[in-house]
Design a protein around this ligand. Sequence first.
Ligand code: ZN
Ligand code: ZN
Length: 147
Amino acid sequence: MSDKLVGGCQCGAVRYSIGDVLPPAYACHCGECKKQSASAFSMSIPLTYDALTVTGLPKVFETTAHSGRRKYNYFCEDCGTRLWHSGNNPPTAITLKVGTLDGSADIEPVGHLWVSKKQTGITLDPKTDQHQTQPDDVIAWRNNLGQ
Ligand SMILES: [Zn+2]
Ligand SMILES: [Zn+2]
């Protein structure tokens, strides 16, 4: 199996595999994503939770998304790695955190959200779909990435 289709947290307590196809990835440069990734931006892939086979049990905590909707943040309780987000608990549609894939190095984001908050020194491919904040219907935008 491609190492792009398997992943897990930093300590290995939570591992997962995905179906055969990896949907396109996007990046978000907002302040919340800087916090959750402890870095300059987050990279995510929209998926349905049913597509995953998971071993280990992530913990979850609840926040409010930019849209005002509830957001459930799933993470390893042993090492703290953020794994995926969902609007539901238990998860249904999720955004998987790309950095948790074992082979994430050549996964390039096709879209960027919250470019107005972008870290100084990060340059974006001008061919990508870029938004100063985020589209009103960010779920539809995510689901149409790369089309
Ligand atoms: Zn862990
Ligand atoms: Zn964000």
